[in-house]
Design a protein around this ligand. Structure first.
Ligand code: PNS
Length: 164
């Protein structure tokens, strides 16, 4: 049975940024619950943080929301995971035109695989427009400051990883 009040927010979240956090909070204005779902692929994993580290950071960030936003991970197709969770809604954030083609392809493929599944796009907040996990990692690795762009617990973990 599907539960239209649960949205799945999938991604790599390596690591979660304030752009992701903003999107989860805004999604909770529309849905009762959001599952922040880390897609895992052990054969093709070049992540900085392990799945457990990413899960823990996400749990810490949303601890105050009392279970409305939960962290999880999955292996395999997103559409199958959504079905297992009883959700028919995938949330994705859109930053710029450059995101559009990739997102459009994924949404159409997922729709083809499971037509009952809808992808909803939310615009990223203006202050997070230029934030991405990839850029955040690059900036910290080169000694730059990303405070304000990621949650405090993530900032601490990033500094530990790069010994800054
Ligand atoms: O944060 P990302 O890396 O842009 O997220 C991409 C993600 C995880 C949403 C996408 O790679 C995904 O859905 N992976 C799960 C495997 C899958 O279903 N692949 C087919 C997508 S059409």
């Amino acid at each position: 049975m599907s539960n239209s009040n649960i949205a799945i927010y999938p991604g790599s979240f390596d690591p979660i940024t304030n752009g992701h956090v903003d999107l989860v909070k805004r999604t909770l204005r529309v849905f009762d619950r959001v599952i922040v779902a880390i897609a895992t692929n052990p054969d093709k994993d070049h992540s900085l943080f392990s799945v457990d580290e990413r899960l823990q950071m996400i749990q810490e960030v949303f601890a105050e929301l009392r279970g409305r936003a939960e962290a999880d991970s999955f292996h395999g197709l997103l559409v199958d995971y959504a079905e297992r969770k009883g959700s028919t809604v995938i949330i994705r954030g859109l930053r710029a035109v450059s995101d559009f083609e990739y997102e459009f392809q994924m949404a159409l493929m997922n729709h083809r695989l499971k037509p009952q599944l809808e992808t909803l796009f939310m615009m990223t907040g203006e202050s997070e427009f230029y934030t991405s996990s990839r850029l955040v990692k690059e900036v910290v690795s080169l000694g730059g400051d990303v405070s304000g762009l990621v949650p405090d617990n993530v900032l601490k973990k990033l500094k530990e990883k790069f010994k800054r």
